[in-house]
Design a protein around this ligand. Structure first.
Ligand code: MOS
Length: 716
């Protein structure tokens, strides 16, 4: 068995030697380089774009404006919420990150919006040209983000429109939380403000677009090749078969490359207009205006409890900033809806529309911000009640889904608390003020939880060859999380091969359709499709070998009856049937498993921090993360995911903030020099990752649930 083994990354050597090819590594004969010219005001109209000086630059071929652009098919912006019904209105999720398409007319909706594209024979020429384009505009009054305080936000917040951005219901109530709060023996009310934050993936978004007649091929930095295909086909009015999207490697996504942004459409349009391939690599600054971010948000949490610390009410109200074009909703109340047993709840979401760039999901969306507010309030409640924070959580342990009453598909959070507390020494910690030289030491814990996004319906093929090698083919993509290693592991186990004998083809819409690489969904979904495809290949081989498919196993290049010693060599079975390859197909349809169960992943995180009160320094000293996530396919890549998530959470807690500048609504800093994110020196070596022994038989045939974003939750 290789599932469960800490196999090193199969893609490691290609990545560290530079052989792995990312979108911008691709070229094409006659390729032009594109550079965006962006608006300098938050709202208004273009009055003129003067390109003469730019065109005089050597190597500049063309300056495109809205007047050159084709009119793209429009995507719906959403409608009045009305009676939103989760069952009826549940969207598939938008592959397009926003309905608004820039460069369609003279309108400017946010600072940094693309208004022109300069095409050059070289990148240097295009950059020089872009500096010489003169953009004249007429500014109109902009709606800018208000002061980050509850009263001001409460004043401007509006109900979100009904649109494909509503993954969850915009509100939820259970019994009468208002009355329960009034009557509570103890209650807490607190507001938690969180700045906008950016994904800051190492690889900037980039696309190379090339047309052959009315067929379009793009190499793109994306978390969803099929989503890019869908949006490009829709915008250009093409059948999807005419669009091929390739992404062999994506250099980090974190949600920023999950949906499809206007620059991808604009680059393809530019290539079509000039009849040459076009490469557009967003500048670091572009990433702060042409791509999304986790929105600035305010969360108000009210908890009511009885004298023993049992919750009687949970109220959680959220307002997040969004663009004037679309209502992106950060569903931070999902954690409050699911984490603790409570007889009453009132949860709500509203948005603050402003002339700013469009927000988008960012690792960990939903539960990252949500657990920060809820768990902070729980700590305040524990303090008020004089209870240990862990005991308060245990007192409110949800044996079933508190919103729906459904049983959990699996949940070993109690074990995660206990094993994490033991590894950390939580119960033995000193309650006195602790010092280490100049440092004051503090310890804290929180629950972790994340929704279970089972996206429909990833497919895969597994081709088994007579020489005992196999190829997994699936149209998913790798964003650096370890999927390139675990899919071969899964297939190798079924086929009894060493994982090194299994190669993987992915990141291409010519391969079987698979969903997005977000929502921590790949192992469950695509992994299950790979498992089924490998089983299908084994079944076909069993038939060739005249063995009963349900009773076979494969090992060392042979297929045999389970438990039998001899069996038949793969090559021999195929030779007798006159073939040298069999192809199995598999898919994972989430509607076919887990009906009637509520699914989430869980965990607990314990941290020790130090502060130097004289120098105002805050340092992370030690962390234990203990998780209940079902089966772990590869403990090494899983540990890397959890460690990275904890570091990401520390960035959220202590370092990251992208401030909306108050006059133009733009981000104050548009480069990594001005945005603090954790580096090695910020992170202690003492991070312990623990997984509770568990299999979730309902979530997916893999037995596991999503893990990649869970460890971000709770840390802040
Ligand atoms: Mo993550 S925001 O689901 O890529």
């Amino acid at each position: 068995m290789t599932v469960g083994q800490p196999l090193p990354r199969l893609d490691g050597p290609a990545k560290v030697t530079g052989r792995a090819r990312y979108a911008a590594d691709h070229g094409a004969p006659g390729l032009l380089h594109a550079v965006l010219v962006t608006a300098a005001i938050p709202a208004g109209r273009l009055t003129a774009i003067e390109a003469r000086a730019a065109l005089a630059e050597r190597g500049v071929v063309r300056v495109l404006t809205h007047e050159d652009m084709p009119r793209f098919a429009k995507l719906p912006q959403g409608e009045a919420l009305g009676d939103f019904d989760m069952e009826e209105d549940k969207p598939d999720g938008p592959p397009a990150a926003q309905s608004f398409m820039p460069m369609q007319d003279d309108e400017i909706r946010h600072e940094g919006q693309p208004v022109a594209i300069v095409l050059g024979e070289t990148l240097e020429a295009a950059e020089a040209g872009a500096r010489r384009v003169e953009v004249r505009c007429e500014q109109t009054e902009a709606r800018l983000p208000v002061a980050p305080e509850w009263a001001a936000l409460d004043d401007v917040a509006v109900e979100p429109r009904k649109s494909d951005f509503l993954f969850f219901g915009p509100g939820f109530t259970k019994a009468d939380a208002g009355a329960a709060l009034t009557n509570a023996e103890t209650s807490i009310e607190a507001v938690y403000l969180q700045p906008s934050r950016h994904h800051n993936a190492m690889e900037p978004s980039a696309i190379v677009a090339e047309w052959d007649g009315d067929a379009l091929t793009v190499h793109d930095a994306t978390q969803h090749v099929y989503g890019v295909r869908h949006v490009l086909a829709a915008r250009f009015g093409l059948p999807v078969e005419k669009v091929r999207v390739i992404a062999q490697h994506t250099g980090g996504g974190f949600g920023g490359k999950g949906w499809v942004w206007p620059h991808e459409v604009l680059a393809a349009a530019a290539a079509r207009i000039v009849g040459r391939p076009v490469k557009l690599v967003l500048s670091r600054a572009n990433l702060y205006s042409c791509l999304g971010y986790q929105p600035r948000m305010a969360q108000k949490v009210m908890l009511g409890a009885d004298g023993e610390g049992h919750l009687t009410a949970v109220q959680h109200d959220v307002v997040n900033v969004t663009s004037v074009s679309d209502d992106f909703v950060e569903f931070a109340t999902e954690a409050s809806r699911s984490l603790y047993a409570t007889p009453s709840m009132r949860l709500s979401h509203r948005v603050e529309r402003a002339n700013v760039a469009m927000p988008t999901p960012m690792r960990a969306p939903v539960d990252g911000p949500g657990t920060w507010a809820l768990e902070s309030a729980m700590d305040e409640l524990a303090h008020r009640l004089g209870m240990d924070p862990l005991d308060l959580r245990l007192a409110n342990y949800a044996e079933e889904d508190p919103a729906t009453g459904e049983p959990w598909s699996s949940k070993k959070l109690r074990e995660a608390y206990e094993e994490g507390a033991r590894l950390f020494g939580w119960r033995e910690r000193s309650r006195q003020t602790r010092r280490d030289g100049d440092w004051l030491i503090g310890q804290g814990m929180a629950s972790c939880t994340m929704g279970c996004f089972r996206t429909p319906t990833p497919a895969a093929e597994v081709a088994l060859r007579a020489d005992g090698a196999a190829v997994v083919r699936t149209g998913t993509q790798d964003i650096g999380t370890g999927t390139l290693t675990i899919f071969p592991q899964i297939a190798a186990d079924v086929l009894g091969l060493p994982p090194g004998r299994v190669t993987l083809e992915m990141g291409d819409t010519r391969l079987p359709e698979a969903g997005p690489t977000y929502g921590s969904s790949s192992t469950m979904g695509v992994g299950a499709a790979v498992l089924r495809a490998a089983e299908d290949a084994r079944t076909k081989l069993a038939r060739l070998a005249n063995l009963p498919p349900g009773e076979v196993e494969m090992a060392e290049g042979r297929i045999r009856r389970r438990g039998a010693s001899e069996g038949i060599a793969i090559a021999e079975a195929m030779r007798e049937a006159g073939t040298d390859e069999i192809v199995g197909a598999g898919a994972f349809d989430p509607t076919q498993s887990g009906e009637g169960f509520s699914m989430r992943s869980f965990g607990a995180v314990f941290v020790e921090v130090g502060i130097d009160p004289e120098l105002g320094l805050l340092r992370l000293r030690r962390v234990v993360g203990s998780y209940s996530v079902g089966r772990i396919v590869n403990p090494r890549t899983a540990k890397a995911q959890m460690t990275g998530g904890i570091i990401w959470g520390w960035g959220m807690a202590a370092m990251e903030q992208s401030q909306h500048e108050p006059v133009l609504g733009r981000f104050l800093s548009k480069n990594l020099a001005g945005v603090a994110i954790p580096v090695n020196a910020d992170i202690p070596g003492d991070i312990t990752i623990h997984f509770v022994d568990e299999v979730d038989e309902h979530a997916s045939p893999i037995g596991g649930k999503g893990i990649g974003e869970l460890p971000v939750t709770g840390v802040a």
